[in-house]
Structures are given as structure tokens and as C-alpha cells.
Design a protein around this ligand. Structure first.
Ligand code: NAP
Length: 322
């Protein structure tokens, strides 16, 4: 089968589209035919050596996708050959076929197509965790959402709006305004230099926002702190784009709550995982959540997809199609 491997740590040129042995079904696993694999910033981080360093190279990139079960291993209950399934945190998803731990699989309802299912796994679970667990948005809350036209940003904006909140989105270019508005953002700020806090304070009558969702790297950190109202919540989530460095707790604004959110810590059992994915699928089925697929690329063009994501020109979710 064909797969995209990284042969060493580095830029997009370390990725190669190669032949790999067919996966063999193991106990507790299912082999799936991949219909679509999601592209995440996390994959860029892995390629740059920020994660999975314990796994030897060459290794197959990618962690999420959707497809069809080809075979099931000993001890797998609840899945059968032919089932349409989606998954997340299954290293090796940039491939035509993949052997996945059954606990990481969820069945896809008929009303949700494969591309949509693949597109909502990592970023949808992330966005829904942020807006319903880490800081459960209440009606009337105002949120600042960074990269509001990105994969996480578009979903986060819609979920905040579903809960009755208001959204100030920050995007890096005028070209991204339409997508963020379409998702429901009430106000948009265009900025790449970390100079947005004054606008946020102006838009909130000087008070600041109840919550800021920031995975956009060190440049936005101070502006995000300055955008918070008294007792506001800072949801930080961007390991690949980088953190602010060590924090001096005594110099943080008083009474704020700040933390590094990852859905995987909270949604840590197969039951929780499936319940959260089914909630996302339900929102898609009833029309509350629209999935914006900003680009589909042939699996052989994974380098191109990574280059586009890094160059900051894309909106929505990027998918690789084997
Ligand atoms: N903690 C978690 O559980 C979790 C889960 C998923 C993702 N993440 C993190 O979330 C971030 C986004 O990842 P994603 O895969 O979900 O993609 P995404 O939301 O689609 O993010 C893409 C957005 O990132 C912004 N961006 C791209 N390059 C940038 C750069 N060099 N500097 C600053 N911003 C840049 C762009 O927005 P603008 O150009 O408009 O700024 C782009 O729309 C990453 O840092 C990733 O590590 C964390």
C-alpha cells in the first residue's frame, strides 16, 4: 500500500510517498481502508521533531481519519467488516490502509459523509472540549477566538454561538474574514503582530472578554492576557506554534484562570470519546454545525498540504485523500 512517511526530522521535503507493507490485523485492532485523513498542525510538529521522538524513522504521519473496516482482530466487539468508522490519535493515518486500536474507533452515522467525519475528529473534539468543559460558555459571554478562520477556530466559533455566546475573532488577513463571519463571528480583527487587545477592549466597552482561546504562538500571548476581563479565563492550546515561556504567576493579571487545554486528558475513555463524537455528529445532522473543508489533496500531495497550512493561507480543514 501507499503511505506518507517522514524519513527524518525537518521541512516538507522529509516527507515521502512510498510503498509500505499491508497492515496485519492484531488483537483488539481493526484494519481500515482510509477514505480521508485529516491534516493537523500536530503533524507539522511531529515532522519538526516536537513529538513522537520515541518512534523510529521512517514513520507514517497522521493521526485521524475516516474509512471502512476491512477486517477485525480477536477480541474486538461492536465493529464488523464494512462498518464506516472515524478515529483520532491513531498514528499512521496518512496511508491507504491502517490498523487501529478499536477503542479509538467510532461508527459514522449514515447522514455524515466520510470527509465530514474525518474533518471533525481532532479539531471538533478540541473545539467542543474548549467551549463546553474547559470554559463552559454561558449565554451572553464574549469570547476572543484566535485563528478564527482555521480548523479549530471555525468550529469553536459555531459552538460558542450555539451556547449563546458572542465571538470576537482574530485572523491574519482580510481574505479570512468571510469564512469567520460565515461561522458566526460577531466582530473580526485582522492582526499578525499581537496588536489586537486595544480593539478587543474597545469592542467590549473597556471590560475585556470572559474567555480567550489562544493556540497562535508566543506573539499573541500578552495581547490575549490584556484582552481578558476581571476573573476571565485563558484557554491556551498551541504547543506547535509555541508557548510564552516560563510564567511568573505573581505578574499575571489577578484572579484570572489560565491553563493548557487538551481534550485527550478529559476525554480519556472510549465511552467518553464516543459520546463526544456522537454529540458532534448530532450537531452536524441537525444543521447546527457546518464543516468547512478548506482543501482536499491527494495523499501523494501531503507536502503541498503541509506547505499550505504553514504558509497561513488556508481556511477550515485540510484533508488528504488516498
Ligand atoms: N491542545 C489541543 O488539544 C490541540 C488540539 C488541536 C490543535 N492544537 C493546536 O492548535 C493550533 C492550530 O492547530 P490546528 O491543527 O487545529 O490547525 P488550525 O486550527 O486549522 O490552525 C490553522 C491556523 O493557524 C494560524 N497559523 C498558521 N500558521 C501560523 C503561524 N506561523 N503563526 C501563527 N498562527 C499561524 C492560521 O490562522 P491566522 O493566520 O488567521 O492566524 C491558521 O488559520 C496548533 O498550535 C496546534 O498545536 C491543540
Amino acid at each position: 500500500m501507499k503511505a506518507v512517511v517522514m524519513k527524518k526530522v525537518g521541512g516538507i521535503d522529509v516527507m515521502e510517498f512510498v510503498d509500505r507493507p499491508e497492515p496485519v490485523v492484531m488483537p483488539g485492532h481493526a484494519v481500515v481502508e482510509v477514505a480521508a485523513a485529516g491534516v493537523n498542525f500536530m503533524d507539522i510538529g511531529v515532522r519538526q521533531g516536537m513529538a513522537w521522538t520515541e518512534m523510529a524513522n521512517p514513520k507514517i504521519l497522521g493521526v485521524e481519519g475516516a474509512g471502512r473496516v476491512l477486517s477485525v482482530g480477536y477480541g474486538v466487539d461492536g465493529f464488523a467488516v464494512g462498518d464506516r468508522v472515524a478515529w483520532v490519535y491513531a498514528p499512521g493515518s496518512y496511508a491507504e490502509r491502517h490498523s487501529i486500536l478499536a477503542d479509538s474507533l467510532v461508527r459514522i452515522p449514515d447522514a455524515v459523509d466520510d470527509h465530514t467525519a474525518a474533518a471533525v475528529m481532532m479539531q471538533g473534539l478540541t473545539a467542543s472540549h474548549f467551549a463546553t468543559d474547559f470554559y463552559p460558555v454561558r449565554p451572553g459571554d464574549i469570547a476572543l477566538v484566535h485563528a478564527a478562520a482555521g480548523g479549530v477556530g471555525l468550529l469553536l466559533t459555531q459552538i460558542i454561538k450555539l451556547r449563546g455566546g458572542r465571538v470576537i475573532g482574530r485572523v491574519s488577513s482580510e481574505d479570512k474574514i468571510a469564512a469567520a463571519k460565515e461561522a458566526g463571528a460577531d466582530h473580526l480583527i485582522v492582526d499578525t503582530e499581537g496588536q489586537f487587545a486595544e480593539d478587543v477592549l474597545h469592542l467590549t466597552g473597556g471590560e475585556g472578554v470572559n474567555v480567550v482561546y489562544d493556540g497562535s504562538g508566543p506573539k499573541t500571548f500578552q495581547g490575549s492576557l490584556d484582552s481578558l476581563r476581571r476573573s476571565g479565563t485563558f484557554c491556551w492550546y498551541g504547543p506547535v506554534l509555541g508557548g510564552p515561556g516560563p510564567l511568573d504567576i505573581m505578574n499575571l493579571p489577578k484572579s484570572i484562570k489560565i491553563g493548557y487545554a487538551t481534550f485527550f486528558d478529559h476525554i480519556h475513555t472510549p465511552e467518553l470519546f464516543r459520546a463526544r463524537v456522537h454529540r458532534l455528529f448530532g450537531w452536524i445532522e441537525d444543521g447546527s454545525l457546518k464543516i468547512n473543508i478548506g482543501g482536499t489533496y491527494a495523499l501523494a500531495s501531503a507536502q503541498h498540504a503541509h506547505a499550505d497550512m504553514e504558509s497561513r493561507v488556508t481556511t477550515g480543514k485540510l484533508l488528504l485523500i488516498p
